[in-house]
Write a protein that binds this ligand. Structure first.
Ligand code: B12
Length: 465
């Protein structure tokens, strides 16, 4: 029998204002897991990097004529879901269409009500998708699989979490053209270079109300040995020495970090490390920062979110702000380029509270910062709170039509909110000491001039309409 053909695609078109693109780790993990257990032929497509329109993506999938199509969906990329599933059903009626990823996990059965997919996978995809492949072509068997929602099953069950992450094979980097990613902007604001993305842990015990819940609250992390072996393998195979960890909370366990750094040292792996998805800044200690800086950390984002203690409590982040700010100082002294994430517009947040966030960031040793508008994403506690408290507000978040999710939940009117936001980056960036720090600590000093357009963008946001 010839192998089953599987087509895995990350949906979402490139947008001029959001040019970032990174390897599609979710479907790469699933692909690696599947081929260990089955004789399958797998094709991976990341719509963003291929720059395929929806029509072209459809054509590519149809011409591949797969038995099973797995679509990975983020909320912001879900607007073409209804269209593409309908067309796929018509064009390849024998193919199963399975949805997974953050948006599928958040919406569950609701996604089946307006798309033509056969099933939705909730949570981690490896085990559930492998069982789906085992079931092919008996569609009725899908209902028995934990974490798989079909038209017949009830909502609410999640795929089993993988307890020991080391049992997972390394993501299928060989199924993507990694060199294409090196020509694109990845998460840290440093110019294009050879790098790979790593995800060392799943699950997070923190209860931040705005965050996703794909991997549950129980923290699981690969062993330091596995991560270092993975790095050694990539280093040898791709000649890469720059690694971006995109974990939700890489630094929960100090022992992991010390062992990881020690192993890198013992194996003489001289690498560069970035944490572009943010670390929990109050869990760092001087020892941890020094160990990471010695191991090659050159870029670290700090997820601060708010400078107002009331908001920290409201959103259940409860960050120890003072500790975090001190840790940023230490990291900056080690020439780690420090970026801050802040959010503005939490429900009922006052102009004064937003200003506290701006002042905190402006007075910190952060080199750069982003100020995001609070957006209630399905699957988060914040979304459920808003749905309950202000039912009308979410009505305009029509996921079928959606392109951007922007909403003002704050206590201020739209005009003032916009003004505060526009001034935020100017206030932070127009500081001679900060500019000097950027110049001294920029990770690739010879490429610093390439940062100038980004700097100008940041200080002129909102000035020209
Ligand atoms: C790297 C990253 C990115 C990358 C792209 C990632 C990619 N997939 O290609 C970039 C930088 C481009 C990006 C951008 C954005 N991101 Co982002 N990003 C992440 C991050 C930090 C890591 C993603 C990752 O690699 N995870 C590791 C893999 C293993 O997990 P996974 O992809 O979820 O896959 C597992 C399951 O979901 C499932 N699964 C996934 N796909 C499929 C498919 C099938 C068929 C099946 C069965 C299962 C399945 O199985 C996988 C393995 O277990 C996550 C946070 C996180 N913890 O995941 C946020 C996250 C995915 N991003 C998020 C958001 C909000 C954004 C932005 C909107 C941010 C912004 N303000 O602009 C943009 C929008 C992008 C767009 N479409 O235009 C949210 C998504 C929430 C949601 N409801 O969709 C997340 C969850 C962060 C959060 N805290 O809430 N992001």
């Amino acid at each position: 029998m010839s192998p089953l053909k599987i087509y895995l695609a990350n949906l979402g078109q490139r947008r001029p204002l959001h040019p970032l693109v990174t390897p599609p780790l979710g479907i790469m993990y699933i692909a690696a897991y599947l081929r260990e257990k089955h004789d399958v032929s797998i094709k991976i497509c990341n719509q963003k990097i291929s720059r395929f329109s929806d029509q072209v993506l459809l054509k590519k999938i149809v011409s591949h004529n797969p038995h099973i199509i797995g679509l990975s969906v983020m909320t912001q990329a879900s607007n073409n879901l209804q269209w593409i599933t309908e067309k796929l059903r018509k064009s390849i009626p024998h193919a199963w269409i399975i949805l997974g990823g953050p948006h599928a996990t958040a919406l569950g059965k609701d996604l089946l009500s307006y798309t033509k997919a056969h099933a939705v996978v909730i949570g981690e995809g490896e085990i559930a998708f492998e069982q789906i492949v085992s079931s092919y072509p008996k569609l009725n068997d899908l209902i028995k699989i934990q974490g798989v929602i079909t038209h017949e099953s009830s909502n609410g069950h999640i795929s089993p979490y993988i307890e020991n992450l080391d049992t997972l094979p390394i993501p299928a980097y060989d199924l993507i053209d990694i060199s294409a990613y090196w020509k694109e902007q990845s998460m840290p604001p440093v110019p294009r270079r050879k790098y790979l993305t790593l995800f060392s842990s799943r699950g997070c015990p923190c209860k931040c109300s705005y965050c996703h819940n794909i991997f549950g609250k129980k923290f699981r992390q690969h062993s330091p040995e596995r991560i270092v072996d993975e790095i050694a393998y990539y280093h040898k195979k791709y000649g890469v020495n720059d690694y971006e960890f995109v974990d939700d909370i890489f630094n929960l366990k100090p022992s992991f970090i010390f062992d990881f750094c020690e192993l890198l040292h013992r194996k003489n792996l001289k690498i560069k490390i970035a944490f572009p998805n943010g670390v929990r800044g109050d869990l760092l200690t001087p020892d941890i920062i020094h160990a990471l800086a010695d191991a090659g950390m050159y870029y670290c984002a700090f997820a601060i979110e708010s400078g107002a203690p009331r908001i920290q409590k409201l959103i259940k982040k409860n960050l120890d702000i003072e500790k975090c700010i001190n840790n940023i100082c230490i990291a900056q002294q080690r020439k780690v380029f420090c970026h801050g994430f802040a959010m503005m517009g939490f429900p009922g947040e006052t102009a004064k509270e937003m200003q506290m966030t701006i002042d905190l960031v402006a007075n910190s040793r952060l080199h750069t910062a982003s100020f995001f508008t609070v957006t209630p994403l399905p699957g988060s506690e914040l979304y459920n709170q808003i749905k309950k408290k202000y039912p009308g507000v979410l009505e305009k978040l029509e996921f079928k039509e959606l392109s951007e999710l922007t909403i003002n939940l704050s206590d201020t009117d739209d005009a003032l909110f916009l003004q505060i936001q526009r001034n935020a980056l100017r206030k932070v960036m127009m500081n001679p000491n900060r500019i000097k720090r950027i110049m001294l600590d920029f990770p690739q000093p010879h490429l610093l001039p390439l940062y100038i357009p980004e700097f100008i963008r940041r200080i002129t946001i909102g000035l020209f309409g």
